[in-house]
Design a protein around this ligand. Structure first.
Ligand code: ARG
Length: 459
C-alpha cells in the first residue's frame, strides 16, 4: 500500500476484492481529458499562490499534456494500485516529471477535483446532446414541410377522432423535444459551477483565485460554499431527470410509430436500416429500433431513481457513496444520446403511405364538423352536438356512412340544415378550418415549423 497515493498511514494491504469494489478507474477514465484540463488550470492558479514557480508550472502542464497524449493514443498503462482517474494521472505525471509533480495537489482534494471533472465532462456532453437533439427536431420539421399534404386520422383513446395532417402529428412530437431542448439549455448555468479551490471540505488555505480558475476552465460561476461544492450532485440528478423525461418522449414517439407501422394500420414502413428479422419467421420485419427506444426509457428512469436513493441520507460533504454518481450519469447520457440518433435515423428514413392514411379517414370523424356547421348557423354548440350525435346514430341504424344521409334526413334532425351541408364531408376542408395558432391547417402547421426552427437557433 506504500504505492497508493494515500498510503502513508496504512500498514496493511488492501483486500483485492476491496480494491475491485473501490476502484473507479475502469469507468471514470473517460474523464481523463477533463481531469488533465482541471489539473493544468489548478497548476496555473498555484503560481499566484506562490506554491509553484512559473517553471514548475510549465513542467507540470507539459507533463500533463504527455499523460493526455498517452490516453489519446490508447497507450496509458494503468498501474495495479491506480484507484481512479485522479490517482492514475498524478501517479503517471510523477513518473514523467519527477518529484515536482508532488506539488500539484497542494490545497486540493480529490473531492473538489472529482466534482470539477464531472461538471467539465457534463458541460462537454450536454453540448453534444444539444446538437443531437437539434438534428432530430430539424429532421422532423423538414419532413413535416415536405409531406404537409398527407392527411391521416388523429386519435384519442386510440379511437379515430378527427382528421389531421401527418405533419401535425410529427410536430406534436417535435414540440415535446423542443421543450426538452429548452430544458437541456436551462441546465447549463447549474452544471457550470466551479468546485475547484474548495479543498476536501473546508476551503483552500492557499487562496487560489477561484474566479480566474473558473474563467480558465470556462465555468460560468464559482461554487459558493466549499462543503456544498464538494458534495453537490444536483447537476447529476437534474441531468438524469432531463434524460428520463426526454426518454419518455422518445418512447411515446416510438409507440406511435410501432402502431402505425403495423400491417393493421399500414401508415408507414420502417427502413431496413432500423428493422430486424425473425430467426424463425421469414416474413417478419420487426421495429426493434423503436422498441428499444421505448424500452430504454425504463433504464434511464431507473438510473435516475437509483441515484436519488444513493443521495438520500448521505451526511454532509464528501462520502464515497458519491462515486456512484458516475455509472448512472454516463449510462444515461450514452443511452439518451444514442436514442436521439436512432430516432433521427428512423424518422429520416421511414416511408409513409399517404393513400393508406387517407383511406383510414371515415366520415364519422367529421361529426364534430357537422355540429360546428350548425354552430355557424347560430345554433348553440351543446344543442348541435346532440343533433350531430343523432345523425351518427341514424347512420348506424341505416348501416350507411354519415355522409350518405340525405338533406331530408338531416332536416328531420334540425330545420337549420341546408344544401351546403354537403361541404362538411371534405377532410381537406375540415383540416383547413383548424387554422388557429397550433392547429392542423397548412398555414398553422407551417407556422409551427417556423416556431420550432427558431428554438433550434436560440442561444
Ligand atoms: N473516485 C472518487 C469518486 O469518484 C474520487 C473522490 C475520492 N475522494 C475521496 N476522498 N476518497 O468519487
Amino acid at each position: 500500500s506504500k504505492r497508493k497515493l494515500w498510503g502513508g498511514r496504512f500498514t496493511g494491504t488492501t483486500d483485492p476484492i476491496m480494491h475491485a469494489y473501490n476502484e473507479s478507474l475502469s469507468y471514470d477514465q473517460r474523464m481523463w481529458a477533463q481531469d488533465i484540463r482541471g489539473s493544468q488550470a489548478y497548476a496555473r492558479a498555484l503560481v499566484g499562490c506562490g506554491i509553484l514557480t512559473a517553471e514548475e508550472r510549465d513542467q507540470i502542464v507539459a507533463g500533463l499534456d504527455r499523460v493526455g497524449e498517452e490516453w489519446k493514443a490508447g497507450k496509458f498503462q494503468a498501474a495495479p494500485d491506480d484507484e481512479d482517474i485522479h490517482t492514475a494521472n498524478e501517479r503517471r505525471l510523477k513518473e514523467i516529471i519527477g518529484a515536482v509533480a508532488g506539488k500539484l495537489h497542494t490545497g486540493r482534494s480529490r473531492n473538489d477535483q472529482v466534482a470539477t471533472d464531472m461538471r467539465l465532462w457534463l458541460i462537454d456532453e450536454a453540448a453534444k446532446l444539444e446538437t443531437l437533439l437539434i438534428q432530430l427536431i430539424d429532421v422532423m420539421v423538414k419532413r413535416a414541410k415536405a409531406e404537409i399534404d398527407a392527411l391521416m386520422p388523429g386519435y384519442t383513446h386510440l379511437q379515430r377522432a378527427q382528421p389531421i395532417r401527418w405533419s401535425h402529428l410529427l410536430l406534436s412530437h417535435a414540440s415535446y423535444l423542443s421543450s426538452d431542448l429548452s430544458r437541456l439549455r436551462d441546465l447549463r448555468p447549474r452544471i457550470s459551477v466551479l468546485p475547484l479551490g474548495s479543498g476536501p471540505l473546508a476551503g483552500n488555505p492557499f487562496s487560489p483565485d477561484r474566479v480566474a480558475i473558473a474563467k480558465d476552465l470556462g465555468f460560468l460561476s464559482v461554487g459558493p460554499n466549499s462543503m456544498y461544492n464538494v458534495s453537490d450532485r444536483d447537476f447529476v440528478v437534474e441531468t438524469l431527470m432531463w434524460a428520463s423525461l426526454t426518454a419518455v418522449h422518445l418512447s411515446k414517439l416510438a409507440e406511435d410509430f410501432i402502431i402505425y407501422s403495423s400491417a393493421e394500420f399500414g401508415f408507414m414502413t420502417l427502413s431496413d436500416a432500423y428493422s430486424t428479422g425473425s430467426s424463425i419467421m421469414p416474413q417478419k420485419k420487426n421495429p426493434d429500433s423503436l422498441e428499444l427506444l421505448r424500452g430504454k426509457s425504463g433504464r434511464i428512469f431507473g438510473q435516475m431513481a437509483g441515484f436519488m436513493m444513493t443521495l438520500k441520507g448521505i451526511p454532509s460533504t464528501y462520502n464515497k457513496d458519491l462515486q456512484e454518481d458516475k455509472e448512472p450519469l454516463f449510462d444515461a447520457v450514452d443511452t439518451i444520446g444514442r436514442g436521439t440518433q436512432i430516432a433521427t435515423g428512423v424518422i429520416s428514413t421511414l416511408e409513409i403511405h399517404p393513400a393508406k392514411m387517407r383511406a383510414a379517414l371515415t366520415p364519422d370523424m367529421l361529426a364534430t364538423d357537422l355540429a360546428e356547421y350548425l354552430v355557424r348557423k347560430g345554433i348553440p354548440f351543446r344543442e348541435t352536438h346532440h343533433v350531430s350525435g343523432s345523425a351518427v346514430r341514424l347512420s348506424e341504424e341505416r348501416k350507411c356512412k354519415l355522409s350518405d344521409l340525405t338533406l331530408e334526413d338531416f332536416k328531420t334532425l334540425h330545420p337549420a340544415f341546408e344544401e351546403d351541408v354537403a361541404k362538411v364531408w371534405s377532410f381537406d376542408e375540415s383540416v383547413e378550418r383548424r387554422d388557429a395558432i397550433g392547429g392542423t391547417s397548412k398555414r398553422a402547421v407551417l407556422e409551427q415549423c417556423d416556431t420550432l426552427e427558431k428554438n433550434l437557433k436560440a442561444q
